[in-house]
Design a protein around this ligand. Structure first.
Ligand SMILES: [Zn+2]
Ligand SMILES: [Zn+2]
Length: 123
């Protein structure tokens, strides 16, 4: 399963991945796919991407990198030209939030939005 996930760069949902794996392992259940994905996330072998309320997607690449979502077709891509932590330099400032706003910040998530190369061709 890990192999299938590392082959694709489409950041599939669990259901997408189930469809891919079922071609090779017709007897596998969706529950098994979910369980295995959660285990791989716990081991930090893969990443789970929480997409602003949409269904979670999975990424076979565990390294930190930025993601962009196409506002036309909804696909999720990797942004290799953007630093993985654009806010890293500002982390010291973020720590001051607790003083001014009272919140303890545990992390942040950046999701870019745009139009993918395929959708640009079509318009
Ligand atoms: Zn698109
Ligand atoms: Zn990715």
């Amino acid at each position: 399963m890990l192999e299938e996930l590392q082959k694709v760069t489409s950041h599939p949902t669990a259901a997408d991945l189930y469809e891919i794996i079922r071609k090779r392992l017709p007897k596998i259940s969706l529950g098994t796919v979910y369980r295995n994905l959660e285990l791989l996330v716990e081991n930090q072998t893969i990443q789970k991407l929480d997409m602003n309320g949409a269904e979670a997607r999975f990424d076979g690449n565990p390294a930190r990198h930025c993601h962009v979502r196409c506002s036309v077709c909804g696909r999720v891509g990797d942004l290799h030209s953007v630093a993985p932590d654009p806010l890293k330099q500002k982390i010291k400032k973020i720590k001051k939030i607790k003083k001014s706003d009272g919140w303890e910040i545990l992390g942040y998530r950046i999701e870019f939005e745009g139009t993918c190369p395929d959708c640009q061709k079509e318009s």
